[in-house]
Design a protein around this ligand. Structure first.
Ligand SMILES: NC(=O)c1ccc[n+]([C@@H]2O[C@H](COP(=O)([O-])OP(=O)(O)OC[C@H]3O[C@@H](n4cnc5c(N)ncnc54)[C@H](OP(=O)(O)O)[C@@H]3O)[C@@H](O)[C@H]2O)c1
Length: 307
């Protein structure tokens, strides 16, 4: 099945909330293309300035777009709770794209005692999605898309230990892989729980292959410009597919007629680039026992049980 963003059905009347919408990243393109098809888009990021800049860019390209903004730091559970409470004003939400993420960050614990990559990429989105669930259900046709990665294949094992304890040496790439495996386990478990509860929400996952964004520089240097960060950022862009191409799998997972728990990624060069299609996942990512255990750990960690 050949699919491209132009194939997206009309999104008029639908509301899409996209996390991590900073200009230059995948979330920005995702929101822009959904807005181009008529969706009301809610740009949700941790920096008020960057979110405002992204909203300005969308409005510059699409003057009639309906664009809303929300400030939420997904690595902080208190911020997620505040952001989700503020999001109540948007009413029903048809699509939640959990795109925001960090990669390969140096060892750091958040105020809640969680490792930064797991906090940002998994626990924050787990809490955010749970708190927004009533609004997704209210849409009567809700969809959640988790932006995972090929790195899920390097997880080694699922992250089922105590998330507030560091056991052994911190391996940043291994932990990134575990956070992206968590995205896949979560999408599957969420989809199953929605079906069991008879709730009208599907969960799917996507990965962008290798796309030229600020992810690598942000992760290594905490910024994407200045000195070595600029060099790394430019180097990544030179050898990868565009952010626009990288967002295509997310857009397909968000809008195509696909079953819940589908995983969408690029079709060429070992899934590094090319048009999107449904793809396979690692053996660990199929483990429903691990997915159920991760759900329990996540509920305990964020202090919210759902559905
Ligand atoms: N690019 C790739 O090749 C690639 C490959 C596989 C998977 N991915 C996944 O794609 C997703 C998007 O990444 P990207 O490539 O577009 O990277 P990016 O350019 O660095 O964008 C990441 C976005 O996430 C936001 N973010 C980071 N920490 C956050 C937090 N604590 N709270 C709220 N927002 C936060 C960033 O905000 P700031 O601008 O404020 O930092 C930015 O808007 C990530 O989940 C990543 O794991 C990307």
């Amino acid at each position: 099945m050949h699919w491209e963003p132009a194939d997206m059905p009309d999104q008029t009347g639908r509301t899409a909330l996209v996390t991590g919408p900073s200009v230059g990243g995948l979330g920005y393109v995702t929101a822009l293309e959904l807005a181009r098809k008529g969706a009301r888009v809610i740009l949700a990021g941790r920096s008020q300035e960057k979110v405002a800049a992204a909203a300005d860019e969308v409005r510059r390209e699409l003057p009639d777009a309906e664009v809303e903004t929300l400030t939420v730091d997904l690595s902080r559970l208190d911020s997620v709770r505040r952001g989700a409470a503020e999001a109540a004003r948007f009413g029903s939400i048809d699509l939640l794209v959990n795109n925001a993420g960090v990669m390969g960050t140096p060892y750091q614990r958040t105020d809640n005692g969680l490792e930064l990559q797991m906090a940002t990429n998994h626990f924050g989105p787990f809490l955010f999605t749970g708190l927004l669930l009533p609004q997704l259900v209210a849409s009567a046709d809700g969809r959640v898309v988790m932006v995972s990665s090929m790195f899920h294949k390097f997880a080694g094992r699922p992250p089922l230990g105590d998330p507030r304890q560091q056991v052994g040496h911190y391996r940043r790439w291994r932990v990134y892989g575990q956070s992206k495996l968590a995205n896949l386990l979560y999408a599957g478990e969420l989809d199953r729980r929605m079906a069991t509860a008879g709730l009208p929400v599907k969960a799917l996952a996507a990965h962008p292959g290798f796309a030229g964004t600020h992810l690598a520089a942000n992760g290594q240097y905490g910024r994407s410009s200045g000195g070595v960060a600029s060099i790394l950022d430019a180097g990544i862009r030179a050898v990868s597919q565009s952010a626009a191409s990288g967002a295509a799998p997310t857009l397909m997972a968000a809008t195509a007629d696909l079953p819940g728990d589908s995983f969408v990624g690029p079709s060429n060069l070992g899934q590094m680039q090319g048009p999107p299609r449904t793809v396979g996942r690692s053996r660990l990512a199929h483990d429903q026992v691990a997915a159920a255990r991760l759900w329990e750990i996540s509920e305990e960690t964020v202090g919210l049980s759902y559905p």
